[in-house]
Design a protein around this ligand. Structure first.
Ligand code: SF4
Length: 308
């Protein structure tokens, strides 16, 4: 990580910029600012890049390229949206072919405002990105070292911002299975903190934490004697360690205390978790088409009431 901090490799992509912000990115590299003297390297290969600088708003063509570049970058990686268009769609956001800023298709870590963003602001954004990169690298090390020290418990309302951020990261790969780009049809793509807080009072929410950082969450509610289990999310650095399974078990126990007679979980039709659910005696009961690329498969199993 020391090497990366001293010499971060950057890949720059113009999503649909008017070229104003691109010129400012280039100005950072030319003799006026000359960030290469500080060790910053501009690379054309995503597999060598640590920081992804994107200028311009997202349209259908650039959406695919942005996701391709992002997918090829090794972890940990940081995305920087440069300029108002990349942050929010800017003056182009109402155009028929613009889906919004960069965060409408991939997770963004640093936003640099400005039309055009000034070179000083871009350099400052790269310095901020290095801080984010360092934190992600520390998280990777910490989660790997302390994966056997996961603490489970009920989530509180104050945990919701962390849970929302976790869900967006955890469901990114799932969304890619169904076309990605922010419009695969998964509820997490449009979930906001306001809607999550509104849902919280009618839901039971559980979490998994490592050293106080939330790395897993799931929530559920009971309606018409059916306990619905939703949004089972595990941080990508901690997947494959049984955290999702334990969260489902904890949620099932919590929901059993109510009037539930069966549990229900829905999965996207391309999910690989269906076989695991069937091992847990869940049975597929129906399929519902959501979008041309996504269908929900519903799994149910009967509750076994607790013995008192
Ligand atoms: S923020 Fe301004 S300068 Fe940058 S791409 Fe958009 S319109 Fe052009």
């Amino acid at each position: 990580m020391l090497g990366i901090k001293k010499s971060p490799w950057i890949i720059h992509y113009d999503a649909s910029s008017c070229n104003g912000c691109d010129i400012e990115v280039l100005a950072c590299l030319t003799p006026g600012f000359d960030v290469e003297r500080l060790g910053v390297i501009n690379t054309g290969d995503p597999k060598h890049a640590d920081i992804f600088l994107v200028t311009g708003a997202v349209n259908p063509q650039s959406n695919t390229v942005i996701r391709n570049i992002y997918r090829q970058m090794p972890e940990p990686k940081v995305v920087v949206a440069v300029g108002t268009c990349a942050c929010s769609g800017g003056i182009f956001r109402e155009c028929y072919n613009i889906s919004g800023g960069v965060d409408s298709t991939i997770p963004v870590d640093v936003y640099i405002a400005g039309c055009a963003a000034r070179p000083e602001a871009i350099i400052d954004g790269v310095v901020q990105a290095l801080g984010v990169l360092d934190q992600k690298w520390k998280d990777m090390q910490e989660f790997a070292a302390d994966i056997d020290k996961v603490v489970y418990g009920k989530a509180t309302k104050s945990n919701l911002p962390s849970i929302l951020a976790l869900e967006k990261i955890a469901y990114y790969r799932e969304s890619e299975l169904y076309g990605g780009g922010g419009d695969a049809g998964l509820p997490v793509e449009t979930q906001t903190l306001v809607s999550l807080e509104a849902d919280f009072d009618r839901m039971t929410c559980v979490k998994a934490s490592i050293n106080g950082k939330i790395v897993g969450s799931a929530r559920g509610y009971v309606e018409a004697e059916t306990a619905h289990i939703l949004n089972i999310s595990v941080h990508p650095y901690c997947q494959g360690e049984g955290i999702g399974q334990r969260l489902i078990e904890d949620l099932q126990k919590a929901l059993l205390a109510s009037t539930a007679k069966r549990f229900e979980i829905r999965l996207g039709h391309k999910s690989t978790q269906g076989a695991w659910l069937e091992k847990q005696t869940y049975r597929s009961i129906k399929t519902e088409v959501v979008t041309p690329t996504l269908s929900w498969v519903f799994y149910q199993k009967e509750c076994v009431p607790p013995v008192h």
